[in-house]
Design a protein around this ligand. Structure first.
Ligand code: PRP
Ligand code: MN
Ligand code: MG
Length: 200
């Protein structure tokens, strides 16, 4: 880890090699399911989703060399924000980056870093309905087991993690730690002992 982060972080929870293997497996599953689609719009949920998105699309690109699973892909970005410190706010802000008319009538794959309470994704899915996509699927690298969950489950899940506040691999705490390779817990986060965090 970089020196400036040493005091704030716990041992590695998911090393980057393990993430890499899992992302490849997810890419395979996604290519199999969308293999007969004419076109796929991959929608990255910024900022947290950027690393998973880039790595997942790299793997899909490699698989696309195999003609059987070849899927033409275009990419789009959307900015969604709800967390300040380690607390989710009830206000989920959706800031479009590109023209979402691009998804009308298309197969869409939303790529997210983590589903925690599920509020962000439920809100985003509702927001996208007005553009009338053909089919929407969601992949999230991480899903947290939290008591505060709305019950929402993404279609493709990388890892289920315990109820800790995690950072790294583009996940942040107030914009810090996105530059770490693997996923780590943070020290002294209230959430770890908090009410929302009893394992379910
Ligand atoms: C984080 C994370 C997810 C969302 C999950 O984003 O990247 O998008 O929160 O939380 P939820 O399931 O409880 O709604 P954040 O709001 O921190 O913005 P960021 O991606 O820019 O860090
Ligand atoms: Mn996010
Ligand atoms: Mg964040």
């Amino acid at each position: 880890i970089p020196k400036h982060y040493e005091d704030d972080l716990e041992d590695i929870m998911i090393p980057s090699g393990l993430i890499d293997d899992r992302v490849e497996r997810l890419a395979r599953n996604i290519c199999q399911d969308f293999g007969h689609a004419d076109h796929l719009v991959a929608l990255c949920v910024l900022k947290g989703g950027y690393k998973f998105f880039a790595d997942l699309l790299d793997k899909i690109k490699q698989l696309n060399r195999n003609i059987e699973h070849s899927v033409p892909i275009s990419i789009d970005f959307i900015r969604v924000k709800s967390y300040v410190d380690d607390q989710t706010s009830d206000e989920v802000q959706i800031l479009g980056v590109d023209n979402l008319d691009n998804i009308t009538g298309k197969n869409v794959l939303i790529v997210e870093d983590i589903v925690d309470t599920g509020k962000t994704m439920e809100r985003l899915l509702k927001h996208l309905e007005q553009y009338k996509p053909k089919r929407v699927r969601v992949t999230s690298l991480l899903v947290k087991r939290t008591k505060g969950s709305t019950g929402y489950r993404p279609d493709y899940i990388g890892f289920e993690i315990p109820c800790r506040f995690v950072v790294g691999y583009a996940l942040d705490y107030n914009e810090h730690f996105r530059d770490l390779g693997g996923v780590r817990g943070t020290r002294d986060r209230e959430q770890d002992g908090g009410d929302s965090c009893h394992l379910i």
